[in-house]
Design a protein around this ligand. Sequence first.
Ligand SMILES: [Zn+2]
Length: 305
Amino acid sequence: MLAMFRAVLAPVVLAIGFGGVFGTAAQAPSAKKAEPPKTMRLYIFDCGLLNIAPAGVARYHVTPAETGETRMPVPCFLVAHPKGTLMWDVGVIPDETVEAMASKGGAHFDVNPVSAAVVTRTLKSQLAAIGYSPSDITYVAISHAHKDHSANLNEFASATWLARPAEREFMWQKGNERVEASFYTKLEHSKSIDISKNESKDGEYDVFGDGKVIIKAAPGHTPGHQVLILQLVSLGRLMIAGDLYHYLPERTFHRAPPDNEFSVQQSADSRAKIEEYVKKTNTTLWIEHEWAANAKLKKSPAYYE
Ligand SMILES: [Zn+2]
């Protein structure tokens, strides 16, 4: 009797459980198609998290005692500007894998031996909830091509890719274990603008021509690593700093860049230049992988103006 009761009950409980976790993410009806906003908006999406092993923390020249939390969030960002949209960083596991693993409690992916990703929500479902589909996006750019920033690039193959030749070369370099080329097969021949040919002498590229969305070179972590600077009404000047830092104590205690940077010297130079820049321009710097800071941010469908 008890066994039969369990057999009947179990699927119901499972259905409720997964409905709660994935229902809103995977099956939510799409919102009405978004109109260009009058004031620029920044949306932040949950593109998963990274569990970092002790050796993976030590690589940043900080200790778990200093960082407090060792896990790293993986955020994705959408800038909705009156003249178009920019997708910035696109997650660590492709949406199709996340969808296929939805019934297994989320998708898992070992980025490297010290970093394991878990993703439970697709990027496209979070875009759909605010009225966008990947094919609506005007521009796509990534801070850099490492696996935890590039997973859904193929979805944005119809957008114009804002790319640096140095990163492009790195992305298709044979035997490069820091990237997963299958994440961006469709970008090899997609529409693209070469930032290096259109930037200021300070390595700044003005995406919409009004100074409100700037992509700025900050090489070292990878050859074409870059940061995003936004001029928002409510937050003022904001820098989304890619992987210039990973943990806050690296910045606070002026620790040297990780030893496995593409170029430690370039990273150190970029950090110095960016620190000078944010001070001079009164810009707030966000570390994308910083847990405590990310936890406090408004997530889509809420947004910053
Ligand atoms: Zn990263």
